[in-house]
Design a binder for this molecule. Sequence first.
Ligand code: FAD
Length: 660
Amino acid sequence: MTEYEEHRYDVVIIGAGGAGLRAAIAAREAGMRTAIICKSLFGKAHTVMAEGGIAASMGNANARDNWQVHFRDTMRGGKFLNNPRMAELHAKEAPDRVWELETYGALFDRTADGKISQRNFGGHEYPRLAHVGDRTGLELIRTLQQKIVSLQQDDGAHSDGRHSDGAHSNGVRSNGSHSHAATASEGKLKVFAELTVTELLRDAGGAIAGVFGYWRESGRFVVLRAPAVVLATGGIGKSFKVTSNSWEYTGDGHALALRAGSTLLNMEFVQFHPTGMVWPPSVKGILVTESVRGDGGVLRNSEGTRFMFDYVPDVFRKSYAQTEDEADRWYSDPEHNKRPPELLPRDEVARAINSEVKAGRGSPHGGVFLDVSTRLPAEEIIRRLPSMHHQFKELADVDITKEPMEVGPTCHYVMGGVEVNPDTAAATGVPGLFAAGEVAGGMHGSNRLGGNSLSDLLVFGRRAGISAAEYVTGLAGRYPAVSESSVATAATAALAPFQTDAGENPYTLHQELQQTMNDLVGIIRKAAEMRHALDRLADLKVRATRVCVEGHRQFNPGWHLALDLRNMIAVSECVARAALLREESRGGHTRDDFPAMSAEWRRKNLVCAGTVTPAGVVDISVSEQPIPDIRPDLLRLFESDELSKYLTESELPAQLAKET
Ligand code: FAD
């Protein structure tokens, strides 16, 4: 019989980044007994790394900004593949979420007249990113944690309720029998840190009944029974060799949703941020924030040319400067000049850098030059970009106040994710499952604008928490049951790497996976290479069933990786399959063999589903699904000649008729 400890909650949130914490606050404020689970230490979620800021049309830097302009920019950035309702809710609600953070205690940088300061970022028409230097994510997490602690204190729970230790001593029983946790003494809002969820548990009808996981330190198993689960697990970057993402980004939430019977959409769209560090090799991929360009930094090739002027696509030509003089004037007089092309959306800049390097005009270590040293006084650089100054000095021995940085594209963000209801964040196909933040799909279409993730986390994290609470209330106490057999199956799968002798090494498989995704499904894609990638992934999938680890369950990183691997492989297969099918280039998906954007393809989302075989392998299938119509009042925010660049000819007359 499986030995595990057990707890009962109304809502379980997997993830303690911005989305998870905001969802937890909402669920708790709705009266739910809420658990937050994270595989890192509390406070160390990936969100803490966010640098540049949070996008919200507060209009502090330019009074003409409003939610309609933000919506328009977001749809343009996503090349009209965004779920329009999500983009609308996001643009409308982001300012309230930022102001609300201040009521929780956040301290944003201010303008001279005391308003929240807002900075420029690629693809945003007006300065829109509220920020705290280049450490915005840290402030966001600090503030949300503070709010969590204050809610715990309201509950009069243990003052150490944020620690996992209390959980260990509650409801644990050995000798194979489980116990019912003494939840009343645990308080209504509890954090289970350094606990990895490996499976969602469902009842016989397929509804969510709880989660199964293990303490990373002891390796002991845990079951949290709950009728509602919010996935807030972030992204998938660790499937790629060069990435800005943290170790947590193994696509767990994406894979948990697939295995539970939900669907993922837009998985072919992976954002390669244009500016990651390229040297030295040990730090390759670490992010160089877009704020460097927002604050005046320019990109040059080895010949000293500001090459971005050669890469402005037709759809953006009207809004971007054609000469260096005009681009430079824009920083001091944005009303009468057009934006510099360095501030095009990320996909455009990443492709341009890639082309320059391929054409032999790259920097010594395979990137291009990003220079802020000749653009701003040294003290201003240190004031505005303290982390960047520190990062380059410490890691590359480069003083960015005196010399340019070398930068190149790095895998940064996944636009694809769990298919959700835009208003409720409910995941498709699995009652009781919700998703928010980077793990959810639809909001950003084919390409996310910088700053739109932090606002997405707060807007949809809150909605997910509220919806989960409403769902639980609707159950009126009739909670789905966890079966012992589903717990036993999850435990067997988790222990499998200990049962295999002389099998595959998880580190070798991970390296092969990362190399495959980087080389064959990376920034520029070709059909033959993606077919090759799918062959390699099929091989890795089989080999992963024979993965073997040594030692015991107490803090065993090899075992942790072995369990993460099947998630990374499943998610990578979704990316590769969808990327092979989509025969056009759009946003974070560039096909060498289909370089143009196709209006026919804009009408379709690719949706991945998974079937778990008896051997525990996930078989992936991909199908086409029509994308939702854009409401006429939202369409009217665009000029018809712009719409004609995105919509099909057959769609256009109908859509434009709706405009009148
Ligand atoms: P995360 O913050 O990643 O949290 C995921 C949580 O899930 C973690 O707590 C993790 O432990 C937990 N978890 C995952 N799997 C499991 C599991 N199996 N069991 C238990 N727990 C699990 N966006 C912006 O808008 N503005 C910026 O300025 C910005 N700067 C960035 C800078 C960097 C360097 C990077 C890498 C990204 C940046 N982004 C920025 C993007 C943004 O930070 C992320 O998209 C966002 O933070 C994701 O938040 P999240 O809440 O979805 O997930």
